[in-house]
Design a protein around this ligand. Structure first.
Ligand SMILES: [Zn+2]
Length: 296
């Protein structure tokens, strides 16, 4: 199956009233686990890696190129519609490094940027990307974050204003738009965010590009489904997947087996293969919540 662009994936999701998940990976095992989930659920999917959860020196020296190549190979072999995203680049230069490296969509993490920089750099990325038939996810507003000690830092959060969203889409030509509507990054505790579905509807009426919800890790199923009903067609999940993988890995590691089998063998004794199976189960569950199961 050829790699599919976000406009096609999200357009179909909008018509069918479901959302396609971007399930952020961090290595080859997790990338394969996400594709396996999509094939088992017969669901379209967005795979890739992200700049918020990886070392930027490593990303720029080799990581972006390495995982672009692996992700593109997996997407080409996937039996369901699959897009490849480099998510939340730290700046224009890092995002531009993903162009031609195997990704068919890119996004910058623009939190805290001035309006002028946001417009100029996003516009430049759109021009460079569209020339290569690669799409761009833009972002207006900023998500609050859960800190490592479990507090919510809302000082950095800024709800997306409707007028801002309209100006931004018009000025930059982005292909889809991530919004801050009460969603929170990095949540894995029992903290429950309050998604403003009214704001999603207002933004959706005012702009003509698909809308994206980051912070899927801490948003409960009923709120994700309400967001989809209001017009969200892409949901990002990252932190939660690492927690599921980590818990499964801790459960199987150190059992004193043969290291040749436990690491990298891809056999039933491979600890990462076993953790990846738990990850596949979690991604399948989320695809059912998003309504994308059976839509491939
Ligand atoms: Zn995010």
């Amino acid at each position: 199956m050829p790699v599919v662009g976000l406009p096609e994936l999200l357009g179909a999701a909008g018509r069918g009233r479901y959302a396609v998940g971007y399930f952020e990976s961090w290595d080859v095992y997790s990338l394969e686990a996400v594709v396996a989930a999509a094939e088992q659920e017969r669901s379209p999917v967005i795979i890739g890696i992200g700049g918020l959860s990886a070392n930027h020196a490593w990303l720029s020296s080799v990581g972006v190129e390495l995982y672009g190549a692996v992700s593109a190979a997996l997407a080409r072999r996937s039996s369901v519609p699959t897009a490849v995203l480099f998510n939340e680049a730290e700046h224009f230069t890092e995002a531009a490094g993903a162009l031609g490296a195997g990704y068919n969509c890119v996004m910058m993490h623009t939190q805290g940027w001035s309006w002028d920089r946001l417009i100029a750099d996003t516009r430049a990325l759109v021009a460079a990307s569209h020339a290569l038939d690669i799409t761009v996810e833009g972002e207006v507003g900023a998500l609050a974050e859960m800190t490592i000690d479990g507090r919510i830092d809302s000082s950095i959060g800024a709800m997306t204003e409707v007028a801002q969203a309209v100006d931004f889409v018009q000025a930059t030509g982005v292909d889809c738009l991530a919004v801050a509507v009460g969603n929170v990054h990095f949540v894995t505790s029992d903290y429950v965010p309050e998604i403003r579905v009214d704001r999603i509807q207002e933004i959706g009426k005012a702009v003509d590009v698909p809308l994206v919800l980051h912070g899927g890790s801490g948003t409960p199923p009923d709120q994700m489904q309400a967001a989809i009903a209001a017009g969200i067609t892409k949901i990002n999940v990252g932190t939660r997947l690492k927690h599921v993988y980590g818990a499964a890995l801790r459960g199987v590691i150190g059992s004193g087996g043969d290291p040749n089998q436990e690491y990298g063998s891809r056999s039933a004794e491979d600890v990462n293969t076993r953790a990846a199976a738990a990850l596949t189960d979690e991604v399948r569950r989320l695809m059912q919540v998003f309504g994308s199961s059976g839509q491939a």
